[in-house]
Design a protein around this ligand. Sequence first.
Ligand code: FE2
Ligand code: FE2
Length: 176
Amino acid sequence: MKLYRCRICGDTYLGSEAPSHCPFCGAHRELMVEAREFPPDINAVDPTETEHADLEASIELETSNTRFYLAAARRPGNDALRSYFKRLAKVEAEHCGIFCKLLGADKPSDLMTPSESTGSWASDIQDSLKREKRATGLYHTFAERATSERLREVFAAIADVETDHIALDEEAETYL
Ligand SMILES: [Fe+2]
Ligand SMILES: [Fe+2]
């Protein structure tokens, strides 16, 4: 067994090999490094004005998506989809925490308060697709215009995770 650490969220993983995706933030395997290779000052960034605004927009987006997924996870009747949305809520909350860390901000106080779902499983999956596509597009833009190497790394990694969620939503439809 080895101790791995995710370069994106900083959480650790114990295993004989690195997982395909970070279990906490969803970052891809190449971002899971052995703990000794994890730079202690990895999040020491000094965001420019644009990066500051992009981090704030990211926190807002992740909060909205976390709260939506928590609401969707409350609907009774389809246990598989409930657990799917519950897992997505945890991943998006983790993303929110990453952006807060980079900005040196507290997590929003309503982060874990469910907002409202759309009314049916099928329309929640459609809403989720819209959210994930929007997130993917935004994070690609933020990654392209970031001047800090660290911020580029994080935005690009999370764009990949949100892209994975688009494929997951398509898989979720088979549970309807
Ligand atoms: Fe992670
Ligand atoms: Fe996210």
